[in-house]
Design a protein. Structure first.
Length: 229
């Protein structure tokens, strides 16, 4: 009788462990699915998926969920809500360059340019304000202080794009990517410059890679005056 009871206990124990394992696997899968939707290009789905992840242990880090929800609000032109989420991301990581940049974009879309410039580097702010000649002055000044800053090289590349200087833009995007190979904005900018230089195949390849690294980049930069042409 004791042997039978031990056998039953072992079976029950194995069943309980199996159930816990399956439950954990399902929860992990659900978390992964939510995170994919949170990062995705469907704004409504992203807002729904990101909301429970903000402040949750399921998020890979506590700054990215509010960032992605803010970007989703930005796509829906709900700029005040977007700014609130970028504030949350910056509170978690005060040096979060992407969140600072996106908050600057939201302020610029609202016409609050003075506040936008506080978040942007002056170099990028001039690019956003469609002042490419002035942007070059600020970008060059920044690069004398930090010659190998990929963000500034990226910004100057977009200034050259505004000016129609495609070969020089490609040089800056190449330099930025040599320092940061996964800088999606430089891949996108280089793709635009290649297409406008007659290299549609090479341009499309860069833009496709940029979109894989940063979903929604095409729509975001189209709004900022850099559509695929």
């Amino acid at each position: 009788m004791k042997g039978k009871m031990k056998h039953v206990s072992r079976v029950a124990g194995v069943a309980a462990l199996t159930w816990l394992f399956l439950l954990g696997s399902r929860q992990a899968q659900a978390g992964d699915d939510s995170w994919k939707l949170c990062k995705g290009t469907d704004a409504d789905a992203a807002i729904t998926a990101c909301s429970p992840l903000i402040g949750s242990k399921k998020a890979p880090d506590h700054a990215r969920a509010p960032l992605y929800r803010g970007v989703a609000y930005e796509r829906k032109m709900l700029y005040d809500r977007a700014i609130g989420d970028f504030d949350r991301a910056i509170e978690v990581n005060p040096n979060y360059a992407v969140a600072l940049n996106e908050r600057g974009v939201a302020y610029a879309q609202k016409g609050e340019y003075d506040r936008a410039i506080l978040d942007f580097s002056r170099c990028w702010a001039r690019v956003m304000l469609n002042q490419p000649a002035e942007a070059l002055i600020d970008c060059n000044r920044s690069l004398t202080l930090q010659p190998n800053d990929p963000a500034t090289l990226d910004s100057r590349g977009f200034a050259y794009l505004r000016l129609g200087r495609m070969a020089t833009a490609i040089e800056d995007f190449n330099a930025a990517l040599a320092l940061d190979p996964k800088l999606a904005t430089s891949l996108y900018g280089r793709g635009l410059a290649k297409r406008l230089s007659g290299d549609a195949e090479g341009g499309d390849a860069d833009i496709s890679t940029a979109a894989q690294l940063q979903p929604g980049i095409v729509a975001d930069f189209t709004r900022r005056g850099f559509p695929v042409r």
